[in-house]
Design a binder for this molecule. Structure first.
Ligand SMILES: *Cc1c(COP(=O)(O)O)cnc(C)c1O
Length: 371
């Protein structure tokens, strides 16, 4: 164990302190108002987030995983269907496909940007394929224009997993605006983080918006008028009040993350054992995570931990190789890029308030390790 943490992986306290007065009073006003489910803060956040993303509708839900599940269910994804997604992601992306009764079909990642390899999608499309879920991983969007074209050609739904890409852009296309619907997470550590679980769906589709809102609320838009069976997954009122306060700061925080990433890139450029993350020239990368590839990754990680620098791995095991998917009998060779990266990727500390000194310390410690 280290003496003390010198550079935390994330620092949520810092951001809270910078908005403490406003956040405390917003939370208290929900208490005073006693509208604990729904109410003005939820509607207001939904409207603000839709406007910020540039879409017609935002539907607040319980979390990002539910957002994906609600989209898939509302599109009628069911047993016998296949949904294509990417091998390197958080399990929400694929478990929600399974929970609809459908089969997740994994595609390898592209070598430079860690997102779905568009050139390997078409070979996975069958007569059962209903949808594609690209993940805008680490804060950088997948090649959404090409994926949208494939979906159009094969008549598939495009669903964006935007849990790591709030306000990211690709060729001036904003995350969460291209697919029939998109899932956002406001898990505390995400670029826009609540103080508990929270999520949202964005869409421009009127009918689907209504259906999703209904499904998320027991299948009823009006109390006791259940048109269908649904689930209970609503954006918590206290979380909405907090998110409303944080939303106007998101652009600035994203820019600070990018600035931090560029400094890391610059300072790590001459470390031959490290490959720094590449930014697609067409991308506005929001660096949810700063992920390097490192020689002797595990030893480096241990060394950094001993020096009080927290790191993580996103993700140590690619989805198709997790025990949960043993039944699909996948082999690492099927996902050669993603599988080869899982032993070298390392996520360094990344949050808006990270200081130049902290970044320098991380880099110096990495250099000391390789010496
Ligand atoms: C965080 C995350 C989710 C799930 O969001 P929760 O709010 O934690 O349920 C889904 N997909 C990806 C890629 C994520 O990073």
């Amino acid at each position: 164990m280290p003496e003390k943490i010198t550079v935390p992986f994330v620092d949520l306290k810092h951001q809270y302190l910078s908005l403490k007065k406003e956040i405390n009073s917003a939370v208290l006003s929900v208490m005073e108002d006693t509208t604990f489910v729904g109410g003005a803060p939820v509607t207001s956040f939904e409207n603000n987030f839709a406007a910020t993303c540039g879409v017609k509708y935002c539907i607040g839900v319980g979390n990002g995983t539910d957002a994906l599940y609600i989209i898939l269910k509302s599109l009628g994804i069911t047993a016998g269907d296949e949904v294509i997604t990417v091998a390197n992601s958080w399990i929400s992306t694929s478990e929600t496909i399974s929970q609809c009764g459908a089969k997740p079909v994994f595609v390898d990642i592209e070598a430079d940007y860690f997102t779905i390899d568009v050139n390997k999608i078409e070979e996975k499309i069958t007569s059962k394929t209903k949808a594609i879920i690209p993940v805008h991983l680490y804060g950088q969007m997948a090649e959404i224009d090409k994926i949208a074209a494939l979906c159009k050609k094969h008549n598939l739904f495009l669903i964006e997993d935007c849990a790591q890409s709030h306000l990211a852009e690709y060729k001036a296309i904003k995350a969460g605006t291209t697919g029939i619907a998109s899932a956002f997470s406001f898990y505390p550590g995400k670029n826009l983080g609540a103080y508990g679980d929270a999520g949202a769906i964005t869409t421009n589709d009127d009918l689907l918006a209504t259906r999703m809102r209904m499904f998320a609320n027991h299948g009823a838009l009006i109390k006791h008028q259940h048109q269908i069976e649904g689930i209970n997954s609503r954006l918590d009122t206290i979380q909405a009040a907090i998110l409303n306060l944080k939303l106007p700061h998101l652009q600035k925080w994203n820019k600070q993350r990018l600035k931090n990433a560029l400094l890391y890139n610059q300072l790590l450029a001459d470390v031959s054992e490290i490959t720094t993350p590449k930014i697609n020239p067409a991308s506005k990368h929001i660096f949810h995570l700063y992920v390097i590839r490192a020689e002797k990754r595990n030893e480096l990680m241990d060394y950094l931990t001993k020096k009080g620098i927290q790191t993580q791995i996103h993700y140590p095991i690619i989805l198709p190789l997790l025990p949960a998917y043993n039944y699909l009998n996948h082999k690492a060779e099927e996902f050669s890029v993603a599988a080869s990266y899982q032993d070298s990727i390392l996520s360094l500390p990344m949050f808006p308030e990270l200081t130049e000194e902290q970044i320098q310390l991380v880099v110096e410690t990495i250099k000391a390790f390789y010496k």
